[in-house]
Write a protein that binds this ligand. Structure first.
Ligand code: KG4
Ligand code: ZN
Length: 357
C-alpha cells in the first residue's frame, strides 16, 4: 500500500505545533511554546494565545514540512487538525490554517479530538518504525487516563475511535491544581515541573492536604477543595513563619504533589478493579511527573494490569499525537472531504462521534 503522509496541526492551548507522519511513524515534529508570553499573567490568556498562534503557525508548518524531507506538499494525503476541546480563539487559528491548506492541496481534513491525541500518544513510532516506549500494540478494552493543564479524564476504549468518558474533573484539572498552588507559593507558571523538582527534597507527609472525592463511588475528580485548603494553609504558614516561609516550600510541594497524585490514582484504581481493562495508558502534561509514574507503577502492578506512559516529549501538547490519532481515523475512513464544514468545538467530549461518519 502507498504510504500515507499526514501533516498535523495543534493549536488548542498554549503550544503551537505541527508534525508530519508517514503512516504511524513520526518523521518531523515542531513545537513552539508560548509559555514566556503567558507567564507574566500566571496562566494562559486566550486573546494572547490567538495572537501567538497566528504569529507562529506558519513557521511551525513550514519547519515541520522542511524537516520531513518530503519534496512537495502534493505528497500529503490529508491535513489533521485539533478541533477541540480547547480555547476557542486558539483552536480557530489551527482550524483556519488546516482548511486553507486542505483547499489549496485539494485533500481532505481529519478533525481530531485533542484528548484522543493525549490518550494515544504512547503508541507513536519513530521514523524507523520503533515505538518510543516499550509498548505492545493496543489491547482492548483499554483504560486511558488523561491528565493535563486543562483536562482530567478517565476514558474507556473498546477500540480505536470508540470511547466512553467514565469520569472527569468537576472543576479544576490536575495540572491546573499544580499551577494554582504554584502561584500561591510564587513559583512561576506553569508550576507542575517546578513543584515536582522541589518535591524531591521534601517530605510528602509533612502537611495534611485533602484528597477530594476519594470516597465518591464514581470516576470523577475535583481539585477545588484541595486548592481552597492550600490557600488557607499557605496564608497561615506565611503569617506564622514570616521570613522562614521559603524553608518549608519543598515539604509543602511534596505534600501537594502527593495529594494530587493520590487523587488521580484512587479513581484510576477504582476503574481498573471494576472494569478489568487489558492495559492502562496515561497521557497529558501531568504524566511528566515522576512521582505519579512511580506510584502508578506500584499500584497497577498490585492490580496486575500493564501500564504505559508516553515518552515525556509527547506528554505535553504536540502535533505528533494528533497525527497518530488522525492516522487511525484515516484507516477507518473517517476523513472530511467537505473541508469548509469543519468548525472548532471548544467543549467537545472524547466520546463524541462528530466528523466520524
Ligand atoms: O498537556 P499539557 O501540555 O496542556 C494541556 O493540554 O492542558 O499540560 C500542561 C500541564 C501544566 O498544568 C503543567 O503544570 C503540567 O502539565 N505539568 C506537570 C509537570 N510537567 C508539566 N505537572 C506535574 N508535574 C510535572 N512534572
Ligand atoms: Zn493537552
Amino acid at each position: 500500500m502507498k504510504p500515507v503522509y499526514i501533516l498535523a496541526i495543534e493549536t488548542s492551548f498554549d503550544e503551537t505545533a505541527a508534525a508530519v507522519l508517514c503512516n504511524d511513524r513520526l518523521i518531523s515534529n515542531v513545537v513552539s511554546t508560548q509559555i514566556d508570553v503567558h507567564k507574566e499573567w500566571g496562566g494562559v490568556v486566550p486573546s494572547l494565545a490567538r495572537r501567538e498562534h497566528e504569529k507562529l503557525i506558519g513557521g511551525c508548518i513550514a519547519s515541520a514540512f522542511k524537516k520531513s524531507g518530503l519534496k512537495s506538499m502534493s505528497q500529503l494525503s490529508a491535513i489533521a487538525v485539533t478541533y477541540g476541546p480547547g480555547l476557542a480563539p486558539a483552536l480557530e487559528v489551527g482550524v483556519r490554517e488546516a482548511k486553507k491548506l486542505a483547499l489549496e492541496l485539494n485533500i481532505p481534513i481529519i478533525p481530531v479530538n485533542h484528548m484522543e491525541g493525549h490518550a494515544l500518544a504512547g503508541f507513536l513510532r519513530n521514523k524507523h518504525g520503533k515505538r518510543y516506549i516499550d509498548i505492545p500494540d493496543a489491547k482492548f478494552p483499554l483504560l486511558a487516563v488523561c491528565v493535563s493543564g486543562a483536562h482530567s479524564e478517565i476514558v474507556w476504549a473498546e477500540k480505536f475511535g470508540h470511547y466512553q468518558l467514565l469520569g472527569q474533573t468537576l472543576d479544576d484539572a490536575a495540572g491546573e491544581a499544580f499551577d494554582k498552588v504554584g502561584r500561591m507559593l510564587d513559583l512561576g507558571y506553569p508550576a507542575g515541573a517546578i513543584i515536582s523538582e522541589l518535591a524531591k527534597r521534601g517530605n510528602p507527609k509533612a502537611y495534611d492536604i485533602p484528597r477530594p472525592m476519594k470516597n465518591s463511588q464514581d470516576y470523577n475528580f475535583s481539585f477545588s477543595g484541595l486548592k481552597t485548603a492550600c490557600l488557607y494553609q499557605v496564608q497561615t504558614l506565611r503569617k506564622e513563619l514570616g521570613k522562614k516561609f521559603p524553608n518549608i516550600i519543598p515539604d509543602y510541594c511534596a505534600s501537594v504533589q502527593e495529594a494530587i497524585v493520590d487523587s488521580i490514582l484512587i479513581k484510576t484504581s477504582r476503574a481498573v478493579k471494576k472494569l478489568n481493562p487489558k492495559m492502562v495508558i496515561f497521557g497529558g502534561g501531568v504524566v511528566s511527573n515522576s512521582r505519579l509514574r512511580v506510584k502508578a507503577r506500584a499500584e497497577m502492578k498490585k492490580l496486575g494490569v500493564p501500564l504505559y506512559f508516553p515518552a515525556k516529549q509527547f506528554c505535553t501538547d504536540n502535533a505528533a499525537m494528533i497525527g497518530y490519532a488522525a492516522y487511525q481515523k484515516f484507516l477507518r475512513g473517517e476523513v472530511l472531504h467537505d473541508v469548509e464544514s469543519l468548525q472548532r468545538d471548544p467543549a467537545v467530549n472524547i466520546d463524541s462521534r462528530k466528523y466520524c461518519d
